[in-house]
Write a protein that binds this ligand. Structure first.
Ligand SMILES: [Mn+2]
Length: 493
């Protein structure tokens, strides 16, 4: 199915955004100090950097990003008091604040102007801020409802400048670059206005001085162009790997031009090391788990690093196409993460065992729990019992290896490249096409889950000493028109 381009929505046509821009410009003209209130993830970091960069042209502006796992989600009255004492004359939230009714009321009582910009789900009662900007409050002229927080900040930054022309998106390359990173990292659908942001953004990222310097320091190979998938394996984990300290965030500083080369190298080295150890741990677990039995896989290992428990459960599920539970130890207690596929509902399943838990919860396809002391063995055998009783449910929850397109060989796939490029970029909401390709010659030592550039595979197809195999692979495309294939674990026979 073809994915269509549209014209990007204009900031000047979005009524709530226009009102917010007027309030901010008026207070900035009066010389008020503005505090940008952000959020500690890449979306919040990019939003904060965009807003600060736009505001600093107009007045004194600073920012506050609450630490991850802060006691208060979003705005916090104690910090608001401190900001007032320090002279803040306006708070602008980015990527948050929509659920902070009490804190918004506090600002109003204290006479502190507050503008909330957010993209999360709307509460039943809106916070009493001077203005609330959220694309989920759809009105005539507002853009796609599923913008990320940084795209909302991008629109607001453009509105503050008064840019209203059709090419407003290209007017600030760096804001566009930062917002497109956040669009991928927040996993919003790459459709509608988001599609235009990411398409232009993939070209803007290598032009951004900070991001291109970062690529140089960390040896990111941008020569074949960028794609959301490439961002997910480069910039995005890097930005997620450091935290806000005392309200300031190293990655906001980095986007604003303050690159600490040693820290960045160190963070990336840790990231590479984590991936290497994760790959190893997954191979170890796969070797001991019997994936042919129709059951919920359970792995217990007190030595697993806590931050690998969830990813390992996901890796086992994806490799063996079975629901998986991985249990490790955290702070003296056994904690577990479960990953599965619908129609199996993991939260409902866990509720059967709730007597064994201190706490549990999550989503239908991804849930977690903490076991009561002494409950481990009984829980594991209860899960086996559940598997035995629910074989039909497990069978229907096992996704088949599916494909969207079928080709006899790589040269036939090559003839369809224009169509794949037309629908790209692929990612959330516009899934990577899965192709079944017959008779593919792979380099020696090729493994499932590896990724290859089509340019590198094509010359191999003429080698008489290699024999071809059928593969299923997810196809990715880059901003320069290059194609890569990620080989799936399950090859057709
Ligand atoms: Mn967000």
């Amino acid at each position: 199915m073809a994915v269509k381009d549209k014209k990007i929505s204009l900031p000047g046509l979005w009524p709530a955004l226009t009102r917010a821009a007027r309030i901010i410009n008026d207070l900035a003209a009066k010389g008020k100090i503005i505090t940008v209130w952000g959020h500690d993830d890449l979306d919040g970091i990019a939003s904060t950097a965009i807003m600060l960069d736009a505001l600093r042209k107009k007045t004194e502006a600073n920012y506050y990003i609450p630490p991850k796992n802060a006691v208060h989600y979003g705005l916090d009255i104690k910090v608001i008091d401190k900001l007032i004492a320090d002279g803040t004359g306006l708070i602008v939230t980015v990527d948050g604040g929509i659920s902070n009714y009490a804190e918004a009321e506090y600002c109003r009582a204290m006479g502190l102007p507050l503008v909330i910009t957010d993209h999360h789900e709307l509460p039943s009662v809106m916070p009493p801020a001077l203005e609330v900007v959220n694309p989920k409050m759809q009105e005539t002229g507002s853009p796609y409802a599923n913008l990320c927080g940084a795209a909302v900040a991008l629109y607001l930054a453009a509105a503050l400048e008064g840019t209203g022309s059709d090419d407003w998106l290209q007017a600030s390359n760096k804001w566009l670059a930062w917002a497109s990173l956040a669009t991928v990292s927040d996993r919003v659908p790459l459709l509608d206005d988001n599609r235009m942001v990411i398409k232009a953004g993939l070209k803007a990222i290598p032009e951004d001085p900070g991001l291109s310097r970062l690529a140089g320091i960390l040896d990111f190979d941008l020569t074949r162009g960028l794609s959301p998938l490439i961002l997910q394996n480069s910039y995005i984990p890097l930005f997620a790997s450091s935290q806000s300290q005392g309200g300031r965030h190293p990655m906001v500083e980095l986007l604003l031009g303050n690159i600490d080369e040693i820290t960045v190298r160190d963070l990336w080295a840790k990231q590479i090391d984590w991936r290497r150890r994760f790959g190893q741990a997954l191979q170890n677990k796969l070797a001991v788990v019997n994936g042919r039995e129709m059951k919920i896989l359970t792995v217990v290992d007190p030595d697993i690093q806590p931050d690998m428990i969830g990813p390992l459960a996901g890796g086992l599920r994806d490799a063996l196409l079975l629901p998986a539970i991985v249990i490790g130890k955290k702070g003296g207690a056994y904690v577990g993460e479960a990953r599965g596929h619908l129609p199996l509902d993991l939260v409902q399943m866990l509720s059967w065992f709730k007597d064994h838990f201190i706490q549990y919860g999550g989503h239908k396809q991804a849930a977690g729990f903490t076991l009561k002391s002494g409950a481990l063995e009984e829980f594991v055998s209860a899960v086996d019992g559940y598997s035995a009783e629910h074989r039909d449910l497990l069978l229907s929850s096992r996704p088949e290896a599916k494909y969207d397109r079928r080709f006899d060989d790589l040269s036939q796939l090559g003839k369809n490249i224009p169509e794949f490029l037309e629908n790209s970029p692929y990612g959330s909401g516009n899934p990577w096409p899965v192709c079944l390709i017959g008779n593919v010659k792979l380099p020696a030592g090729a493994m499932p889950d590896q990724s290859y550039w089509l340019d590198d595979l094509l010359p191999l197809q003429d080698q008489a000493f290699l024999s071809g195999v059928p593969i299923t692979a997810a196809l990715d495309t880059t901003s320069n028109g290059h194609i890569s294939l990620s080989i799936k674990a399950h090859q057709p026979t």
